[in-house]
Design a binder for this molecule. Sequence first.
Ligand code: PLP
Length: 386
Amino acid sequence: MRVTTSELTPIPFNRTYVAENQHEYVLSAMHGKWASGYGRFNEQATDLIRKISGAEHAVLTTSGSTALDLAAFLVDVEPGDEVLVPSYTFVAVANVWAVRGAVPVFVDCRPDTLNIDEEAIEAAITSRTRAIVAMHYGGVACEMTRLVKIAERYDLALVEDNAHGFGASYHGRPLGTFGNLAALSFHASKNVQCGEGGGVMLPDAEIARRADIARENGTNRREFFRGQVDKYRWIEKGANYMLAELLAAQLTAQLEAFDEIQRQRHEVWRFYDEELADWAAANGVARPGVPDGCDHAAHLYYLLLPDLASREGMIAHLARHGVQAHFHYMPLHNSVAGLRFGRVAPDGCPVAESVSDRLIRLPLYAGLTEGERERVVRAVTGYRVR
Ligand SMILES: *Cc1c(COP(=O)(O)O)cnc(C)c1O
């Protein structure tokens, strides 16, 4: 009997990976002494994050967005200050500054990596500029040598959004260790996940202490728990970003499985990139650009179709063949809130606008079987761009 494509079980866009020790750790956390943020899994997960990411210090937070929010506390912007952010990124990258009355200034992205365009940054700097946010799209590094130089020349804070680039590097140096601080996300959609969670990578003890205070409602509660002070007091602005021990337990198990997760993700990434090369060339489709010196994180695999119609056509074609594909990032510079609270850099964001119409993401995760990868490739290469 001939099996029609509609009878195949659809391949989901994402599937939750469960690590070997995850069940055991969750039970242990549930029955443990500390259910809040000072338990042993919080400590273990933090240690593993430091080991994997190369960060000197790290703290856990409730999400990648609250990690960026914590970063915004530490950069300490004033209303009216300006922060350069990419337009083609996740909302929180701009929102955390707008919340503080600062102005996100939207910079375009490079057409090959979709990272902030280092050539467009200097034209956007004014006397009010305080910080640059570098988001490493797909875990492929921004042009960090250049960004660090610009930040130094104009005395700007450099914040890395490393939600995609955990464990990746730029000319041998781990992403997240270039800036004054870096945000991580452990959202369900990320390589390592605990449902909702995040962290901040910090380069020295001084800023790590400030992070400890900011994420405990501006108090020195952590020093109190360590017996370093006899009572804790409110000494700064802050909020509560402490991650529950139950989530830290899941995160610990996932971090222990990091090498295996990454091995599988890279295998899928490479398979797509090799198997789709000829089809892409014949159909005017661009594959991800990975500049020399960038060891990426295999966070996502995307294709850039020639236009919106061919992208929409391809999503529908893949759906008919049982493959869930998504697009993402509506540009921020021309969004309702972006227009209201931000401003666009002098060169505009034409690349972000174009890419946002043309990008499609394929399923990519640990646990995507060989048969499924092949089905994805067959479905993609069965599509003719007109
Ligand atoms: C996922 C993500 C975040 C943070 O998201 P949360 O859902 O709050 O953890 C931030 N920036 C980028 C680029 C992301 O992809």
